[in-house]
Every structure is written in C-alpha cells, then in structure tokens.
Design a protein around this ligand. Structure first.
Ligand code: 4AZ
Length: 268
C-alpha cells in the first residue's frame, strides 16, 4: 500500500525536476475558474471552495527559495509553525520560506519569513508510522494571529462525526494541478475503527486521526500536507497521508496533534 500513498514530495519533486530542466519559473496557476473568496463556485482542495487568510490568519504555506509552494503549515505562536515531518525531512532551514497572509500564490500579499530552525519529531521515519510532526522557528514574529493546538484535555474534539475544516493550496484532484488560491472544505472525523478498516495496520489511532465522507469527494490532496485540520477552534490535525484523494472508503489521514502536544509545546 505504501507505494500508492501520495505525499508532499511529489510536488516538491516536481519543482526540483523543473529546476533541473532549467525552467525559468514553475507556474502553479490553474486555468480553472477563479471563484470569489468564500464563494461556492468550483471544486477545490478536492471538493472545497475559496477561503481567505483574513478569516484563517494562522494558515501558511511552505515554499522553496524560488517561491514554489510545496506544503502547508499552521502558525501556533508569532514565530512558530507546525507542519508535517515529511514536509521538512532533509531540508536545511535556510532553504525554507513560510508565507503568511497570501490567499493567491500569484500575488505578493502578506509576508514571507525565513526559517532559522527545523525541529522534526526524533521518532519520525515515515508518515504511515506516525510522528509526522515538525515545528519551524521563523526569523521574525508574524502579525497574523496564531491558533491554539489540541492537548490531552481536548479528547472531545476527536469524537467521530465532529465537523472539521481542512485548508490548503494543494492539488484539486489526485495527480492534478495545485490550486492558485487558498481553498477550504468541511469534513467529518471518522471513527478509529472505520479508519482502521480503510487502512489496516497503517492506521495508528494514537498517532493519527482520519476525516472524510464515506462516499469521498472532499479531501486534502498533494501539496496540502503539513496544513491544518481544525475543529472547535483548535488545531487538531496535520495533513499527513492517504490513499489518493477524495476516494470513497479512503479518508484523509492527519497527525493527531493532541498526542504530540507536549513535544510541540517544548518547541515554543
Ligand atoms: C499529499 O500528498 C497528500 N487525501 C495529502 C493528503 C492526502 C493525500 C496526499 C489525503 O500532500
């Protein structure tokens, strides 16, 4: 199964391949419609709609030094971003940029920060083994408002059926093009037993939480990794992995933030 899992490096790999081919610029713009912010036109993340960083100020994206967006992240303190370990594995801090306050990747809105430190959970090896969490320290305090993250006191937020929000600039279909704009969607959390039925022993309930409709159609996708899963006004998950995107019977899998709250807190 692991060979069919789609993760962030597919997008960064595309960027690096493009650089190798000496393309002057990697265009991430879609020819697709450009629905107005918070409208309901178009089908994006997969099955989502446009959102504004004014409404979700803590959602950020990770970019290469040439500006290519390859992952998401969440501001949890003025100079700290939570993302996925699989987004930062092998990176040097000096190569990573964090972009805040920019809905449209083809704009210069908001702020681009540099990264001075990358912390990766020391037990991380592969997203399907858990520990898919990383904390970035920025070179400045951002003006955007951070969000609180779930702790062991927030177990109620993980109840099956809880309505959660996913956000990102990733692809709008599995293997498709990345979104030019920030997109959002609402998905219900699944039960642990349901997610175990989907993914077998790759699903580790203590380390992960799943979200999506049984019939599929709405999900995070490539390039959304590292971004937020939010419920009850808190960061409860980090976009991590899944079998394709938005497929019936295969919900998205998210790092269970409450499990790693002590390690995250120790980085703040
Ligand atoms: C990715 O590659 C990715 N459908 C993120 C989430 C999911 C699949 C892939 C879940 O970033």
């Amino acid at each position: 199964m692991a060979a069919t899992l789609h993760r962030l490096r597919s997008l960064l790999g595309a960027a690096l391949a493009a650089a190798t081919l000496s393309m002057a610029c990697v265009s991430v713009a879609e020819a697709a419609p450009t629905p107005s912010t918070d409208g309901d036109v178009g089908a994006q993340i997969v099955g989502g709609t446009r959102a504004s960083t004014s409404t979700y100020p803590w959602v950020v994206y990770l970019a290469t030094s040439s500006g290519f967006q390859y992952c998401g992240g969440t501001l949890v303190a003025p100079n700290k971003v939570v993302t996925a370990a699989h987004c930062t594995e092998g990176d040097s801090a000096s190569a990573v940029r964090v972009v805040a306050g920019r809905d449209d990747k083809n704009s210069t809105a908001g702020t681009t920060a540099r990264v001075t430190k990358i912390w990766i959970h020391p037990s991380y090896t592969d997203a399907t083994r858990g520990y898919d969490v990383s904390v970035l320290t920025l070179d400045r305090n951002l003006s955007q408002t951070p969000i609180k993250f779930a702790t062991s006191a927030d177990s109620a937020l993980y109840t099956a059926g809880t309505s959660s929000t996913i956000l990102g600039w990733g692809t709008t279909s599995s293997g498709g093009s990345a979104s030019r704009y920030l997109l959002k969607a609402t998905v219900p959390l699944t039960s642990n037993s349901s997610c175990a039925s989907s993914y077998g022993s790759d699903f580790i309930a203590s380390a992960m939480v799943c979200a999506g409709y049984a019939q599929g159609g709405t999900d995070t996708c490539q390039g959304d990794s590292g971004g937020p899963l939010v419920a009850g006004g808190k960061l409860i998950g980090i976009t991590s992995w899944g079998e394709g995107c938005a497929a019936a019977g295969y919900p998205g899998v998210y790092t269970r933030v409450a499990t790693y709250a002590p390690q995250i807190q120790a980085q703040l």
